[in-house]
Design a protein around this ligand. Structure first.
Ligand code: 0L1
Ligand code: MG
Length: 256
């Protein structure tokens, strides 16, 4: 088996077994970002071959805080499948994940394809609806530690998403207040402006990056625009709720 396919299998297996694996770059420090995106595609292809369905893309490293944490100045993207969807208000099983964390996000539902270099106005014209959402990120690497190439290969830690009510796309989402509560306690506060200054900029970047990989965002896709606050750890017994001013609330529970 070729090296990149072997790495893809390692990461896919780690996700399936909910068991951490060493960083790829520990054994292969010269791995490039281009290699990492190929590994990501190969690992998601394994999911699709098992019957999972592609439902869209996620943007990661979209806030200044996250970029500083990982030491990069470019956003990254990952692929979403239907197996990652958690129904709004339902429970997720902690045991299915290695060390999950939650991020409040904004989700876009697309009504038209979007590909390549587009303006914010063109991106908005392709949006059917906007929702409050949460992403469950779960690095497959030991201690949640990685380099940029590691995390891209690991599908940018993508592992779950919960979507709230869909709103009119004309809703101005540039600077909306965001609250993340765990068991009724406010744990994080922020603004949608933390996503590259405006969540639409993340959609513009998604169109460009996905096109660079020879793919496109299509009608019906969900695009997760990126994290807004720090990402707290998830543990059984928690009820997690995100409220975004003017967009509504979205919640889920964590079970063993
Ligand atoms: O969605 C994100 O911004 C996370 C990208 C990967 C970095 C991490 O796992 O914290
Ligand atoms: Mg995220």
């Amino acid at each position: 088996m070729d090296k990149l396919a072997r790495y893809a299998e390692t990461l896919d297996r780690a996700a399936l077994d909910a068991r951490a694996t060493p960083q790829l770059t520990h054994g292969d420090p010269d791995l490039s970002v281009a290699d990492a995106y190929l590994i990501q595609k190969l690992s998601v292809d394994r999911r699709l071959a098992r019957g999972e369905r592609r439902i869209g893309v996620k943007m990661g490293l979209t806030s200044r805080a996250k970029m500083l944490q990982v030491g990069v100045d470019e956003v990254a993207w990952g692929r979403l499948t239907d197996a990652m969807l958690i129904e709004e208000g339902a429970a997720m099983s902690r045991a299915r994940f290695v060390h999950p964390r939650v991020e409040p996000e904004v989700a876009f539902l697309m009504k038209a394809p979007l590909s390549g270099r587009v303006t914010a106005a063109q991106a908005l014209a392709a949006v059917e609806a906007i929702a409050p959402a949460m992403e469950i990120i779960d690095s497959r690497y030991e201690n949640f530690k990685f380099t940029l190439t590691d995390v891209i290969a690991d599908n940018t830690s993508s592992s779950g998403l919960v979507i709230g009510q869909w709103n009119d796309p004309a809703t101005d989402c540039s600077n909306l207040g965001v609250i993340l509560e765990i068991n009724g306690q406010v744990t994080q506060i922020g603004s949608t402006a933390a996503i590259l200054g405006h969540p639409l900029r993340s959609l513009v970047a998604a169109a460009r990056l996905v096109a660079e990989a020879g793919e496109e965002i299509t009608a019906g896709d969900i695009v997760m625009a990126g994290g807004i606050t720090a990402a707290p750890n998830l543990a059984p017994g928690q009820t997690v709720r995100t409220t975004i001013q003017g967009l509504g609330s979205v919640m889920f529970r964590v079970e063993v």
